[in-house]
Design a protein around this ligand. Structure first.
Ligand SMILES: *[C@@H]1O[C@H](CO)[C@@H](O)[C@H](O)[C@H]1NC(C)=O
Ligand SMILES: *[C@@H]1O[C@H](CO)[C@@H](O)[C@H](O)[C@H]1NC(C)=O
Ligand SMILES: *[C@@H]1O[C@H](CO)[C@@H](O)[C@H](O)[C@H]1NC(C)=O
Length: 395
């Protein structure tokens, strides 16, 4: 038979299709039920999940861990990645992972489910139920109780993708990103009651290139909180409330502390939250800093402190021996911020006497209080306002 150009291209096409099939269609799948996980919400499935993880980890190819529908009871577990032989693990979850109802079981462990030193992980779907209610009751009653465990932790990890995950009723923070690089969270739902203590939605610290998009967060503490050592953080299209808003800080607890820089917060709505856009530093000696921050296209509805920089944070005047904050705040831009404040002062810059805020820029701010223009208050803050100004700028 004559081999024509047509034959060659057909053969090439078939080869391409074959390899495409290999690379995408045939991920080896590890079903947690094959490792003994029970979808009954009662049988402890921790070992089964860890064993499925270990098996997936040993594969040199792309792998998928599959969690079918049902409720799986899990105690504290750490999924270590440093010995994994592949950099492409997907955990696809159709079910609900539920923490023990007795909060003491995980309450002193610090973390419920933790991914540590993992490179190349996607978690798709799933509900994570921390069953925190009994611990919150204990905490608010003033009894002595455990600190509680963070719901889902990613630490010392890189190239992580979280898609369409729900985290609810965590004992403490819902999701923690700590010491990570390149983490994307999309379509995440976080929910806990507005009066549940310390239930921050997503906390990011010591991490770079974290993206949080298209998510809905309602909690009893910050929707998103940003700790020291965070850079190149992108937050976009978030609905926040109830909760304490989006907060950079608290910073400046330590004397030696890495700064926060290049944070973008875009297209966010705040409904009935305690704060909107907050920067908060301890009134303590520190070499930390906050710079190059952009807040843009923000809508506030009945927010107590829509725009606030608080550099005199020192609850009960404890642990801040007559010190001003050493954290240097510069180049913070607020653009197109509108809506309603629940208090008269909608813009408050309470900066450090020792290191005044500089380069604050307000552009097109339109915040009202009870159908009147709200007020602004400044201390040790420098910068400029342009465009529409309501309240009148105090810079
Ligand atoms: C994670 O990284 C931090 C900072 O590099 C380090 O101090 C810590 O020991 C690491 N933890 C683990 C478990 O590797
Ligand atoms: C700031 O961070 C964004 C990602 O959030 C990144 O695309 C951009 O390059 C960073 N800018 C600088 C100057 O590093
Ligand atoms: C400012 O907000 C008020 C109340 O929402 C609205 O009526 C007004 O048109 C806004 N002004 C500008 C310039 O956007």
């Amino acid at each position: 038979m004559l081999i024509t150009k047509k034959h060659v291209s057909l053969l090439l096409l078939l080869l391409v299709m074959f390899f495409f099939h290999l690379s995408s269609g045939t991920k080896i799948t590890y079903n947690v039920q094959s490792y003994g996980a029970k979808p009954d919400g009662k049988t402890d499935s921790t070992k089964a999940f860890l064993n499925a993880w270990a098996a997936a980890c040993a594969s040199t190819k792309s792998v998928m861990i599959y969690v079918p529908q049902g409720r799986y009871l899990l105690a504290s577990a750490a999924f270590w990645g440093q010995n994994c032989k592949n950099k492409d693990t997907t955990i696809k979850i159709d079910g609900t992972l539920v923490a023990p109802s007795d909060y003491k079981v995980i309450g002193n462990t610090g973390n419920w489910l933790k991914f540590e030193r993992v490179n190349g992980l996607t978690i798709s779907g799933g509900t994570f139920d921390g069953q925190g209610a009994a611990l919150w009751t204990c905490k608010t009653s003033g009894k002595s109780c455990p600190n509680g465990a963070t719901g889902l932790t990613f630490s010392n990890s890189s190239n992580i993708n979280i898609i369409g995950l729900t985290s609810e009723n965590s004992q403490m923070f819902h999701i923690l990103v700590d010491n990570c690089d390149n983490v994307k969270l999309q379509g995440v739902k976080v929910s806990a009651p507005g009066n549940s203590p310390n239930t921050d939605g997503i906390h990011v610290q010591y991490s770079s290139r974290v993206t949080i998009m298209n998510s809905r967060i309602g909690t009893g503490d910050d929707c998103i909180s940003i700790g020291p050592g965070t850079s190149n953080l992108w937050i976009e299209n978030i609905a926040c409330g109830p909760g304490h808003g989006i907060s950079i800080g608290s910073l400046g607890w330590e004397v030696q502390e890495p700064g926060v820089q290049n944070v973008t917060v875009k297209t966010v709505t705040f409904k009935g939250t305690q704060n909107g856009l907050r920067v908060k530093t301890w009134a303590r000696t520190s070499n930390g800093f906050v710079k190059d921050i952009l807040f843009q296209h923000i809508v506030m509805t009945n927010v107590q402190n829509p725009i606030i920089i608080d550099q005199n944070y020192c609850p009960n005047n404890e642990n801040c021996p007559h010190q001003g904050s050493g954290v240097k705040i510069s180049d913070i831009k607020y653009r197109d911020i509108r809506g309603t404040s629940a208090t008269e002062v909608a813009v408050k810059f309470d900066c450090s006497k020792k290191y005044p805020c500089s380069g604050i820029s307000l552009e097109d701010v339109n915040l009202s209080y009870k159908n009147q223009p709200a007020e602004a208050s400044c201390a040790n803050a420098g910068g400029r306002a342009s465009g529409f100004e309501k309240p009148n700028s105090c810079l």
